[in-house]
Design a protein around this ligand. Structure first.
Ligand code: MTE
Ligand code: MO
Length: 316
């Protein structure tokens, strides 16, 4: 895999978002300053620096590791809708129009239909959680996400007893997403979770990072974050959520079923057919930093109960 990055940044070199903000302002970018109410501020400015969000830090569910720098998190991305190079999303995703945005709710739920993003978020308090992100390509980061618990958002649509899975779909719009002009994946990108996984308190819908509205390259305006699974489960730019009885098809599983399973739980003892998953390279740690051992469920041991009795080698 080709990696183009100007320089390695140590995880300890955390650039406060304020610094970026003031630099952007100096450069002439509009910036909405912190305000008391979240919903209007959330959409007041989707420019490069992003509007400030009001949130409470959830220390209990946050990783104790220092988060990667803003630079790392927003310039080293996987987002094939904008190209397959890690630098492509930061260069090209700016053109995506993320406002207005609504999410279509369908399938096995009492409340279906189109929900404006503001309405989806309104009843919930935003939380910051620093989560480890472990990519299937054997690199990792720690990211200070801001979002809402996925399960709480889903419950409002009153899933029926037949809702065994939740399927997520990314926007398909090749005019705005140039990567979709090539059949790298069978667009739109889709992902799915078993309903009990979706209801787990660790799973979130993220709308921000580093206290600010999500940059487009990180999946604005709404993306999933499931920290115990490989990064590809954390689908970006969500426009549809369907409750289903059958296990939904997922983009990477359709592309290469032998390599990317539905569950995709981080697991050092189940290798990818083409490489080991035993260790990982921490982005920003420097070229000579030792690789770190990968942990089962990316270290989120509390999800083990979801998989009791399952053969994680078969259901990879
Ligand atoms: N729609 C969409 N979502 C996606 C991807 C993608 O290509 N398209 N890439 C996934 C992969 S492989 C990873 S590792 C994470 C990366 O998230 P980040 O760029 O915010 O770090 O996004 C995931 N979500
Ligand atoms: Mo990934």
């Amino acid at each position: 895999m080709l990696i183009r990055r100007p320089a390695d940044v140590r995880p300890s070199e955390i650039t406060p978002p304020e610094l970026y903000a003031s630099r952007r302002r100096f450069l002439g970018g509009a910036l909405a300053l912190a305000t008391a109410s979240v919903a209007p501020a959330l959409f007041a400015d989707t420019g490069p620096a992003g509007a400030s969000l009001n949130y409470r830090h959830n220390a209990e569910l946050s990783s104790s590791e220092p988060p990667n720098s803003w630079q790392d998190v927003t310039s080293y991305n996987n987002y094939y809708e904008f190209g397959t190079d890690k630098a492509d999303p930061a260069e090209r995703a700016g053109r995506l129009k993320v406002q207005p945005w609504s999410v279509a709710i369908g399938g096995e739920a009492e409340q279906r239909g189109s929900v404006p993003l503001e309405d989806l978020l309104k009843p919930h308090a935003l939380e910051e959680r620093i989560y480890r992100l472990r990519c299937v390509e054997a690199w990792s980061m720690a990211v200070p996400w801001v979002g809402i618990p996925l399960g709480e958002a889903l419950k409002r649509f009153k899933p029926t007893s037949r809702a065994k899975y939740v399927a997520f779909t990314t926007l398909k719009d090749p005019a705005q997403m140039p990567g979709q002009r090539w059949p790298v994946l069978d667009w739109p990108y889709t992902e799915g979770l078993r309903i009990d996984e979706a209801m787990h308190p660790l799973a979130i819908l993220a709308v921000g990072l580093y206290g600010r509205v999500l940059p487009n390259q990180n999946g604005a305006p709404l993306r999933l974050v499931v920290p115990w699974k490989y990064g590809f489960k954390s689908i970006k730019a969500i426009v549809r959520i369907d409750f289903t009885e059958q296990m939904p098809a997922t983009a990477w599983n359709r592309a290469a079923a032998g390599e990317y399973g539905f569950y995709a739980n981080v697991n050092p003892s189940v290798d990818h057919p083409r490489w080991s998953q035993k260790t990982e390279r921490r982005i920003g740690a420097g070229a000579f930093a030792p690789r770190q051992p990968t942990q089962l469920f990316n270290g989120y041991a509390q999800v083990a109960e979801l998989y009791r009795g399952m053969d994680l080698r078969r259901d990879f």
